[in-house]
Design a protein around this ligand. Structure first.
Ligand code: ITT
Length: 197
């Protein structure tokens, strides 16, 4: 059987996503490890009734492998706001599409504790593993008082990582990759993936 994680001598990660920003961030991280990244557009997402992003990512990677028969990488991320009891967490996509950043800022009006974190789970599945391999990255930070920055996507304009002055949306991809949840998770994945036979 052809080893699809290697093409023309290069390691290739097939990232299943419909988010081009996510792909651009991941591609740069994996490139540093000599891994090429191909984006496979997510056609349909099964709505899993589960509040753990790890389980969502693991299941999505297995489903993707079943559908396309390629070694599949899926990344699922969420924003967890402490004062809101970790909301929106696994519901981040839905909340972003509905109330968006303005809605989150409204919920956070007059809230003193602004602590929040992003969590990213990278899941890999192919015929060589019994269950999806998972790699987790987290970044601590805060929800800023006012929307700042035009770059990035999603909650980037309202999240400032600890020890940085800028929000994610005020950073270039390279700057965001110095500290982001996604970058940490993909680096862990890359270290495992380059060793994989
Ligand atoms: P997929 O096609 O890969 O699923 P997605 O955009 O739906 O892409 P996720 O489910 O992983 O991505 O993310 C859930 C939501 O959390 C997403 O809609 C974004 O708005 C937000 N999000 C995830 N990562 C983020 C990041 O690095 N910066 C800002 N917002 C992020």
């Amino acid at each position: 059987m052809v080893n699809m994680t290697k093409l023309l001598g290069h390691k290739v990660a097939f990232l299943i996503t419909s988010n081009i920003h996510k792909f651009s961030e991941a591609r740069r991280v994996l490139g540093k490890f000599g891994i090429a990244t191909a984006m496979l557009k997510k056609v349909q997402k099964t709505e899993i009734q589960n509040d753990k992003i790890t389980i969502i990512a693991k299941t999505s990677a297995m489903e993707a492998f079943e559908k396309c028969n390629l070694p599949s990488v899926v990344e699922d991320a969420g924003l967890f706001i402490e004062a809101l009891k970790n909301f929106p967490g696994p519901y981040s996509s839905y909340i972003f599409k509905t109330i968006g950043n303005r809605g989150i800022l409204r919920l956070m009006e007059d809230v003193v504790n602004r602590e929040a974190k992003f969590r990213s789970v990278v899941a890999f599945f192919d015929q060589s593993v019994d269950e999806s391999k998972c790699f987790i990255g987290e970044v601590e930070g805060e929800i800023v008082e006012e929307w700042r920055g035009m770059q990035g996507f999603g909650f980037d304009p309202i999240f400032r990582p600890l020890s940085f002055e800028k929000t994610f949306a005020e950073m270039t991809i390279q700057e965001k990759n110095l500290c982001s949840h996604r970058s940490i998770a993909f680096q862990k994945f890359a270290k495992w993936f380059v060793q994989k036979p």
